[in-house]
Write a protein that binds this ligand. Sequence first.
Ligand code: HSE
Length: 300
Amino acid sequence: DCVHVFAPATVANMVCGFDVLGFALDEPGDEVFIRKVDRPGVHLVNVSGDNGRLPREASKNTVSASVMSFLNHIGQADIGVEIALHKQMPIGSGLGSSAASTVAGLFAVNTLLGNPLSRRELLPFAIQGEELACGHGHADNVAPALLGGITLIRGYDPLDVVAIPVPQSLYASVVFPHVDVPTRDARQMIRSKVALKDAVTQWGNIAGLVAGLFSSDYELIGRSMHDVLIEPTRAILIPEFREMRRIAIDSGALGFGISGSGPSVFAFSTSQETARKITSVIQAQLTQQGIDSNGYVSGI
Ligand code: HSE
């Protein structure tokens, strides 16, 4: 018996909520196939769609490595499984590529074994996968990839994940400009100390965003989508960042910002038509500058 799982791309941070907010997209995403075999151990038998960029060694690939920790945890380390990973989304894009693979793998192995753990209990293993992928175990991609919708990581120690309601008419435009920004590098460039005045601005915005999501107050959501701590530094790595923001807002976006650690960007809007328009005008701007991109439109 083979289990086949799709896990979606995610937008982490949601502009102001660095490492604490994220949401799941409809597409793109990754697929994992898993089956039991007689040969003991976790075997990564096929990886496709990554242009050879991901580790093939089972203990170094986030999918197989997190499946190994899961099997250890449930006391089934001696069984045999074969895993195939089909990447259908760009790596190093800021769309939670490693999270989509890891979550698909964990969900698949848990299903294969008759769901010994709940979805939430799978989270710590997915976080370990992120640590392996980029050197830091953030949960703002894996939590929405696993649970869907919008999630808040209220705390990491102990892990406290809160599902945030999704307003009825909220759509995301996502554009991935084809430049590589590894999360590891994009994390190293951030200052580790912040000024109190900036912290006050930031937590005002995070609270405003969450309040707006709870009350479906689209104006409040838009007003709160500002990041004074991380974006000023990371935006430097993203071509046409200011121009893309201006175009998105002019085309009706509620707010605009970096997706995860970039280079992807995203905008929120209140209709699918507006979301489509925003994706296409941003892509046109990049094309004009000779930059290829992928564009997506998603409900949340
Ligand atoms: N919160 C993480 C970061 C997400 O911004 O580095 C990475 O996708």
